[in-house]
Design a binder for this molecule. Sequence first.
Ligand SMILES: [Zn+2]
Length: 164
Amino acid sequence: MKCIQCNENEPNKASGLCDACEETEACKINGLLYLPAAGLIFSLIFLPVELFDLVSAISAYFSRSGIITWYAAGAAALLLVLIGITAYASWQFFQRKRQTRRAMVIYYLAGVVSALWFAVLPVSLFGATWDNASIRSVLTAVIGVTCWLPYFLKSPRIGQVFVR
Ligand SMILES: [Zn+2]
C-alpha cells in the first residue's frame, strides 16, 4: 500500500495519505471552507451590481425631485464600505493570509449592519414588507455571526490554512 495521493510514501491508516500529503491537504482551502469562499465571490460580484442599481435609482429620483434622502445616501455609502470590506476579506482569504481570521470577523459583522440597513430599517421605519430578498439577507447575516464567525475564531483548521 502506497499513499493514495503521491503513490510514493507509506500512508497513514486513517486517511490513506502519507504525512507529507496529509500536511498539504490540511493547508488547502477545501471542504467546509468552500462555503465562505463561495460567499465572498458571490458578494464580490453582486455588491457592485447593487451599488450600480442604487446609484441609478438615486440619480433618477434626484433629477425628478431634486432630493437625495438620508436613507439612500447612507445605503450608497454603506455599499461602498461593504465592497471594500469584501475585497479586503477576499484578498486575505484567497492569499491564505494570517489576517484572514480578523478580516472574516469584520466581514460577518458588516453583514449584520447591511441586513439592518437594507432589510430591518425599511420595515421598521417606512413600513416596507418582508420579501424574499430581505428575509434572505437577515438569515445570511444571522448564520454568519452565529456559525461562521465562531468557526473562524475557534477552529484549529483556520490556524493551519491561513498562515501566510
Ligand atoms: Zn503522499
